[in-house]
Design a protein around this ligand. Structure first.
Ligand code: ZN
Length: 285
């Protein structure tokens, strides 16, 4: 029995002390009011007292606002606003993808994580600071990939040093725990950066070739927040990364039929999350 199968078996056997919710999480329209409190992990958790990121601010704009996934812990909201101001100082406007749902929890599509109000997606593509997009553009503009997967290389006709700068500023933010980018993008940075110290937090992953994914450390106010296993020290510019790039290249050369991933199940959330999901919102004025 493979380790993964064994883990699944144990999970089925012992994993039932949990909230057996269907997915009501995407239907809750508002955060639960009160002090911010992250409960559980990035891929099985929820949040009380989340804040909404205003749809537009200096140096940023939320994309796909119709999804109602622009909520997070106040530390995440402050960080996105700060990264926006830093981009604005450089004449740019960041395009912000999904944060979390009003009370976090699993999403019916699109992500396994982003459940605890500590994850945010930021597009590589940027707008000029003074050109905000129309609401319909924010719903429709495509998120362009920055790689030529079959060549295992960056798409230099799309990539910009501004995208690298935004990524670097995010990686240097102390509250950021890690950032996911496509392995090809990480490799390109390994090859081009003279100071590679900030690459430590930039972790290679699948996808993430059109956006990067910021993940915050557990905030001090959230005793029930479950941190992720730390990654090994060093810049990660190693043989593992090179192998990963080669795998992505091979996959692009011989594409297998795409299988839509199963929606993540909500049944392993901490029990406290059922209170977060089911508590009525205080009356809103
Ligand atoms: Zn993400």
């Amino acid at each position: 029995m493979s380790i993964r199968l064994m883990a699944l078996f144990l999970l089925l056997l012992f994993g039932s002390t949990s909230v057996l919710a269907g997915n009501g999480w995407s239907e809750v329209a508002y955060p639960l009011s009160g002090p911010p409190q992250v409960i559980g992990s990035y891929a099985a958790g929820c949040i009380a007292g989340a804040m909404a990121l205003p749809l537009t601010g200096d140096g940023y704009q939320i994309m796909r606002a119709s999804r109602n996934r622009y909520y997070g812990h106040p530390a995440l909201i402050r960080l996105v606003e700060r990264l926006g101001r830093q981009a604005a100082a450089q004449g740019s406007r960041l395009l912000i993808g999904d944060l979390g749902q009003p009370r976090g929890g699993p999403m019916p599509n699109g992500h396994r994580s982003h459940q605890s109000g500590l994850d945010a997606d930021i597009w590589f593509l940027q707008q000029p600071r003074d050109q905000s997009l129309s609401r319909s553009d924010t719903e429709q503009i495509e998120m362009p990939s920055m790689i030529r997967a079959a060549e295992g290389a960056l798409n230099d006709s799309r990539w910009s040093s501004r995208y690298r700068d935004a990524l670097k500023r995010a990686a240097q933010a102390p509250e950021v725990e890690r950032i996911f980018v496509n392995a090809i993008i990480k490799q390109a940075l390994c090859d081009s950066e003279t100071d590679r110290s900030w690459l430590n937090k930039v972790r290679p992953w699948w996808g993430h070739d059109a956006h990067f994914h910021i993940r915050l450390n557990c905030p001090a106010d959230s005793g029930q927040c479950q941190p992720q296993k730390p990654f090994p020290p060093g810049d990660g510019c190693d043989a593992d990364l090179a192998r990963w790039v080669e795998e992505i290249r091979q996959a692009a050369l011989s594409p297998k039929p795409y299988r839509k991933p199963e929606p993540p199940s909500a049944d392993r959330l901490p029990t406290a999350c059922s209170t977060v999901l089911n508590s009525p919102t205080a009356s809103r004025r």
